[in-house]
Write a protein that binds this ligand. Sequence first.
Ligand code: ZN
Length: 94
Amino acid sequence: MITHICDRCGRPIEQGKLRYIAKIQVFAAADPLEITLEDLLRDTRREIDRLLQQCEELTEEELMRDVFVKFEFDLCRTCQKAYVTDPLSAASTR
Ligand SMILES: [Zn+2]
């Protein structure tokens, strides 16, 4: 009985056969903040207003995709081998 379909190659994965799950998280990296006295004395109101205006033009989903996205894929044995060998290749992400 087929229980899953490989998200990479589209082949069916039979019940009891080896199946892998690839979980991928892509999120904005943040470096430690360095706040100077000059930063604290600066009037940031205009900059904050501009950023809020930009945010209003985007949907909640668009805003979220800029910060954090996660994926989960079922992989067959063949695709697992190919994926872990070269996870960033264009062929692995199709
Ligand atoms: Zn596959």
